[in-house]
Design a protein around this ligand. Structure first.
Ligand code: GLY
Length: 347
C-alpha cells in the first residue's frame, strides 16, 4: 500500500493499494472516527462493492446505513442531494458520524457536498472506484452538484478525512469509462509530469500514485484555486462545455481529451506551442481510443463557457499549453477562444 499526504488546512492521507476495500473499515476508523456511517453509492457500483465495504466497516465497529442513488451525471443535482441529506436526517446521523462515498466522480462530488452541508458539516471519506475519481475528483475537496445552467455550479471546497483507492475496482470498469479516466492521467503529464508518458505501461499503482502526488502538491499549495490549482483545469474550459452540450452523453474524460487538443490548437495558432507537443498529446489519447477531433458547435460551446464558474464577463482563465509538462494560465476572451477553434474546424 502507498500513502500520499495532502497538506490542506485539515490534512489527510490518500491510501493506494490492491483490495483495500476489504480493509477500508480500519483505515476509515483511524482517519475519521465516528460510530455510524452512511455509505453512499450508485446503482452501478453498489451491486459490485457495497457489501464488501459494509462488511469491512461493520468489522471495524461501525453501524452502517446505505444510500444508493441513480448512476449518471444527470443525477448529480439538488434533488439527489436533498434525498441524501434527508436520508441522513431520517437515519439520525449525528455530527460525530460520517458519510462514505463509494463510486466514481458523481458519487464523490455529491456525497462530499452532502457531508459539507449536513448539520453544517460532518466528516466523509472517499472510496473512488473509477480511474477518473482516483486520480482527480476524490482528492482535493471539490464537491458539487450541477445546475441546468452549468456543471458543478453549486458546491463547496470541503476536504475528506481520507481517500482510499483500491485499484482492483478498475477491473470491473467498462472500457469506455476506464479510457475516459486516462484523459485525466494524460492531463497530469501535460501540466507537470512528463515522466507519466513512460509510466503508462507500468504498474497501475505507480501511475495512480504519481498522478495523486502531483495533485496533492498542487492542492496543498493552493487549496481554493486562486493560483496554481487552476492548472488542473487544463482542457476543462472547453471540455465542460462539450460535455454539457452533449447532454452528458459524452463522458467527462472524453470531453477533456477534446478540450486539451483544442487548447493545443489555440496555443499553436498563437505561436505559443513547442513543436511536437500536440502530436505527443494526441498519440497518448489515441492509445485509449479517445476521440481527438469532432464536431464543434461554436455557438453552444460559447454559451456554456460563459456560464463556467471560472468565467467573469467575457473572459475566462484559460490553461494554455506551452510544451509537454508546462502550461500557463491566461485571462482570455471567450469569443477569441471559440472563434479560433471554430475557424480551424470549419475551413
Ligand atoms: N479537478 C480539478 C481540481 O480538483 O482542481
Amino acid at each position: 500500500m502507498r500513502t500520499v499526504h495532502v497538506q490542506t488546512a485539515e490534512p489527510y492521507d490518500v491510501y493506494i493499494g490492491a483490495d483495500l476495500l476489504s480493509e477500508c473499515g480500519q483505515i476509515i476508523n483511524k482517519a475519521a472516527g465516528g460510530s455510524k456511517a452512511m455509505i453512499v453509492s450508485d446503482s452501478n457500483v453498489a451491486p459490485l462493492y457495497l457489501e464488501k465495504v459494509v462488511k469491512s466497516m461493520e468489522a471495524a465497529g461501525y453501524e452502517c446505513v446505505s444510500k444508493v442513488i441513480n448512476a449518471g451525471e444527470e443525477h448529480k443535482n439538488f434533488a439527489t442531494l436533498v434525498d441524501i441529506v434527508e436520508t441522513a436526517a431520517a437515519e439520525r446521523l449525528s455530527r460525530k458520524d460520517i458519510m462514505v462515498a463509494l463510486g466514481g466522480g458523481v458519487v464523490g462530488d455529491i456525497t462530499g457536498f452532502a457531508a459539507a452541508v449536513y448539520m453544517r458539516g460532518i466528516g466523509y471519506v472517499q472510496l473512488p472506484t473509477t480511474v477518473l475519481a482516483a486520480v482527480d475528483s476524490s482528492v482535493g475537496g471539490k464537491t458539487a452538484v450541477d445546475l441546468p445552467m452549468g456543471k458543478n455550479l453549486a458546491g463547496a471546497f470541503y476536504q475528506p478525512k481520507a481517500v482510499i483507492c483500491d485499484y482492483d475496482c478498475f477491473d470491473t470498469l467498462p472500457d469506455r469509462d476506464r479510457n475516459s479516466g486516462y484523459a485525466e492521467v494524460i492531463k497530469y503529464a501535460m501540466i507537470r509530469g512528463t515522466e507519466i508518458f513512460d509510466m503508462l505501461d507500468g504498474p497501475v499503482e505507480n501511475l495512480i500514485a504519481k498522478c495523486i502526488t502531483i495533485k496533492a502538491v498542487i492542492v496543498s499549495e493552493d487549496e481554493h484555486e486562486s493560483g496554481v490549482r487552476q492548472l488542473l483545469n487544463f482542457g476543462h474550459t472547453i471540455g465542460h462545455a462539450l460535455e454539457q452540450n452533449s447532454g452528458y452523453t459524452m463522458l467527462h474524460g472524453e470531453a477533456v481529451a477534446r478540450g486539451m487538443v483544442y487548447a493545443c490548437e489555440l496555443a499553436e495558432a498563437k505561436g505559443k506551442l513547442a513543436e511536437g507537443t500536440k502530436k505527443t498529446l494526441i498519440d497518448a489519447l489515441l492509445r485509449y481510443n479517445l476521440d481527438v477531433d469532432g464536431a464543434f458547435d461554436a455557438e453552444a460551446i460559447e454559451g456554456y463557457m460563459r456560464n463556467d464558474k471560472k468565467a467573469g464577463g467575457d473572459k475566462v482563465n484559460f490553461v494554455m499549453p506551452e510544451r509537454i509538462g508546462a502550461c500557463t494560465v491566461e485571462r482570455m476572451d471567450i469569443g477569441e477562444i471559440v472563434g479560433v477553434i471554430n475557424e480551424l474546424h470549419n475551413c
